[in-house]
Design a protein around this ligand. Structure first.
Ligand SMILES: [Ca+2]
Ligand SMILES: [Ca+2]
Ligand SMILES: [Ca+2]
Length: 294
């Protein structure tokens, strides 16, 4: 039987923008959205955040921070995600603390997930990490996998972490903050977006209770999970952000090609096939028919 020559032509406007978890944060090439930035220096040379970013790609949520650290101190870097009703609140009067025993109080929104990294000033690197879930009144530690990388030079300079959206229950949004706390029995000394409960100066910030009411709502589903596919002449139009695994079949059920396409936005994918009717299937999006015209 004659082989069908398969060529794939990708439409213009195709953008591949997914972060690489390597500890280098490049917002433009990696497709990061800036959550918050604070160029004002704190009075804590080894605990000074600069910016907080996020991205959604490859079915994962990417969180990243950069710092203005100029000293290597023992500190912990944290992120919280609030994706569903209920969750951790904390309670200063009952001394109910977060998953690492830090004094963070969330009276108005309740994180369901918390990510922590311990940075050892002596070794100059991250020496432990946790991805924790608050469920039924208690914390589950390392309940799911995550991927992270950081760069170091006089303290941690940048940190990237990726968690599967499925581990968060594929939420539509996540209320989040990124922050730095100290060792045992401490609280935040810097936070993004900035919350007035955390003063950027003063030694008492290490040991007080912080009442966090400020957050940023990450649009997780808007960027990540609203994948769609509709037929156009000679192919399909894809929309969303992520990786599409396309399988094209002829009407007699033969698979004639497979194609992996990463997009962020909208892209027309056209297939150079013999004229006729074809089916294209994408596992999460479904099946579409398209016609290759003469
Ligand atoms: Ca990177
Ligand atoms: Ca919650
Ligand atoms: Ca504090």
């Amino acid at each position: 039987m004659k082989k069908i020559l398969v060529m794939v032509a990708l439409g213009v406007g195709l953008v591949m923008a997914a972060p690489v978890v390597d500890g280098n944060v490049n917002p433009v090439t990696e497709g990061y959205t800036l959550v918050a930035e604070n160029t004002a220096n704190t009075d804590k040379a080894g605990a000074d955040l600069l910016a907080f970013y996020y991205a959604v790609a490859n079915d994962s949520l990417y969180l990243a921070i950069t710092t203005q650290n100029s000293a290597s101190w023992d500190v912990a870097y944290g992120f919280v995600m609030d994706c569903a009703d209920g969750g951790y609140s904390g309670d200063p009067s009952a001394d109910t603390r977060d998953s690492w025993g830090r004094k963070l109080y969330f009276p108005e929104w309740n994180p369901d997930y918390q990510i922590y990294f311990w940075y050892s000033g002596g070794s100059g690197s991250i020496t432990s990490s946790n991805y924790n879930k608050y469920e039924n009144g208690s914390w589950q530690y390392n309940f799911a996998g995550m991927n992270y990388a950081a760069t170091y030079s006089n303290g941690l300079q940048a940190l990237e972490v990726a968690v599967p959206l499925a581990s968060m229950g594929n939420p539509e949004t996540s209320k989040s903050v990124a922050y730095i706390v100290g060792g045992d029995n401490s609280s935040a000394v810097d936070i993004l977006p900035y919350d007035s409960s955390v003063s950027l100066t003063g030694g008492e910030e290490w040991t007080d209770w912080d009442t966090i009411t400020t957050y940023f709502t990450l649009n997780v589903r808007e960027n990540g999970s609203t994948l769609s596919m509709q037929p156009i002449v000679n192919g399909v139009r894809l929309a969303g952000s992520g990786v599409f695994n396309l399988e094209v079949y002829s009407v007699d059920g033969k698979r004639v090609l497979t194609k992996r396409v990463a997009i962020n936005g909208t892209a027309d994918v056209k297939f150079a096939l013999k004229p006729g009717l074809y089916l294209v299937r994408e596992t999460r999006v479904g099946t579409s028919k398209f016609i290759v015209a003469r």
